[in-house]
Ligand binder design. Structure first.
Ligand code: HEC
Ligand code: HEC
Length: 476
């Protein structure tokens, strides 16, 4: 075969052409890192485009914002039946019979595609009820996604299905090295996004099989998906408040897996403000078990004293200060905040500024974490940005936080006392397990980025005050 040398020769011609172009024009100035930073402290509000929440829910559940996936033919051969528990109301056409995290559409080639939608990471079931907007605590990103893509490939029939499958499988192969977390439940979305940026031209959004800029490190830092209803109060998206400016535009990043042109982004951008409006109008779910009102009232006083300055107040005088705190002040695992601000991601912020997904001021992380709104906090276990603390009881008392723990999943059960999913404390970390499935079920807080230290603001409370505080948190 003579293709290799030919390609190499073409490559050399390309390099010569680029060298010539650089000779003739000025090289682009390196980006000024200062424009991609915000100080710790208050996060200012930014204007949002208005939208219609109802249209937003419809789009969220039905629109093809993720435009590549498994051809429906292959999907139906792979999984011929849908568990009725996986259906959700408000779905149109084929979607009415698909699991809630999958959306179908017909692509430009006339092939029906089934693609993962936002609810893959942004919906979770508690007590049998699917809660849209609750971050998925059990999503499994520990294995190589190429395996699913290749398996689906064996069910593909005909040229058009094959082309559609190839488009998706090629993208999956590009991101696969950067999406594998060490623990089930830990989410790789930010690293996945950086990996896509490294393969896409920011202006044309053309995909390149080889990276155009340095990809991110392979191991994603673990992220616990925040609940959508916090966006009622938050001035910026994400734990490091990197998502400033137009939030709807930032949400479009979830379409990046498949896009191939700015026109495609513009089409989705037309209804993205509706999706944002839906998300910003979501209410937290109510705590479904009994609450002791007197105990909760005593807890409210504790909260006002020890927590409200950072997390805001609830009830008649709602307020939310939108404050970020330096990672070394809060003491929680600094890896994620450091990565966002140590210069190692600036090429991605620059990509964003040059792309249809943002502008120069929209990617501006602070060197720490936001004190998030605590609305519906009873439902959002595990806690902290990396999901390292399995229950609220453990968050409020750092000495009882387990170093190694594992969710009980068969069946999974919500523990209304500790406030979180049932878990077992283990006497060993991931090193002690050889089978990948067993290893990946363990949350090992000794792994880099997985630490559970810091945020010790309630350690000094006595047991009675802490019990009261826990009771109050059930009411938010
Ligand atoms: C692969 C999983 C995944 C998918 C799919 C996904 N998200 Fe997210 N989303 C995340 C993670 C993880 C975060 C938190 C990232 C961070 O804070 O750094 C997040 C954060 C957000 C936030 C900010 C919440 C907050 O409080 O800061 C919004 C809003 C959001 N996503 C909307 C969407 C929309 C809309 C879609 C679909 C178009 C989507 N997401 C698809 C994983 C995902
Ligand atoms: C000095 C400011 C500050 C104070 C005081 C404070 N917090 Fe926090 N809190 C934060 C920050 C910042 C985070 C995010 C840390 C992270 O994710 O690593 C956080 C995270 C949390 C979380 C995790 C939220 C989630 O969804 O994962 C809970 C719960 C919480 N705080 C409750 C409390 C309670 C209860 C008090 C009062 C005893 C309190 N906090 C006092 C700043 C503060």
């Amino acid at each position: 075969m003579t293709r290799r040398p030919l390609l190499a020769a073409l490559g050399l011609l390309g390099i010569a052409a680029i060298a010539g172009a650089v000779w003739l024009s000025q090289p682009p100035a390196p980006p000024d890192p200062a424009q991609f930073r915000s100080p710790a402290g208050p996060v200012p509000a930014s204007a949002q485009r208005p939208g219609d929440p109802e249209a937003g829910r419809r789009a969220l559940l039905n629109a093809p914002y993720v435009s590549c996936g498994i051809p429906y033919g292959a999907y139906s051969r792979l999984s011929p039946e849908t568990d009725p528990d996986m259906l959700i109301a408000g779905r149109e056409g084929r979607n009415a019979e698909l699991p809630y995290m999958l959306t179908s559409h017909v692509n430009a080639d006339g092939v029906e595609i089934v693609a993962n939608n936002c609810l893959t990471c942004h919906a979770e079931r508690i007590g049998g009820e699917l809660i849209v907007g609750l971050g998925s605590a059990f999503g499994d990103f520990t294995s190589d996604p190429n395996r699913l893509a290749l398996q689906a490939g064996t069910y593909v029939r005909g040229a058009a299905e094959t082309r559609a499958w190839q488009h998706w499988a090629e993208r999956i192969a590009g991101i696969a090295p950067y999406t594998q977390t060490k623990t089930v439940g830990a989410n790789p979305a930010p690293n996945l996004t950086w990996a896509l940026m490294s393969h896409l031209d920011p202006e044309t959004l053309e995909w390149s099989e080889t990276p155009l800029i340095d990809p991110p490190p392979e191991d994603p830092l673990p992220i616990s998906v925040p609940p959508w209803w916090g966006m009622r109060k938050k001035n910026a998206m994400f734990y490091t408040t990197i998502g400033r400016g137009d939030h709807a535009r930032f949400m479009l990043l979830a379409s990046m897996l498949c896009v191939g042109s700015p026109g495609e982004v513009a089409e989705i951008d037309a209804y993205a403000p509706d999706i944002r409006a839906y998300i910003a109008a979501l209410e937290p779910p109510e705590y479904p078990y009994p609450i002791d009102p007197e105990l909760a009232a005593r807890g409210e006083a504790v909260y006002r004293d020890a927590c409200a300055a950072c997390h805001g107040s609830h009830g008649a005088n709602v307020s939310f200060p939108n404050l970020t705190f330096a990672a070394d002040r809060i003491g929680t695992d600094p890896a994620y905040a450091n990565a966002a601000t140590d210069g190692s991601r600036d090429r991605f912020y620059d990509w964003l500024a040059r792309s249809p997904y943002g502008d120069a001021r929209s990617a501006a992380p602070a060197p720490g974490y936001i004190a998030p709104p605590l609305d519906g906090v009873w439902a959002t276990a595990p806690y902290l940005h990396n999901g390292s603390v399995p229950s609220l009881a453990a968050l409020l008392q750092s000495e009882i936080r387990p170093k190694y723990w594992r969710f009980r999943t068969d069946p999974r059960r919500y523990d209304p006392e500790a406030m979180g999913w049932d878990y077992d404390t283990l006497d060993h970390g991931q090193d002690a397990e050889t089978a990948p499935e067993a290893r990946h079920r363990i949350y090992d807080t000794t792994l880099p980025g997985y630490g559970n230290a810091g945020h010790t603001y309630s350690d000094r409370l006595d047991d009675a005050a802490r019990a009261a505080l826990l009771e109050y948190l059930k009411t938010l």
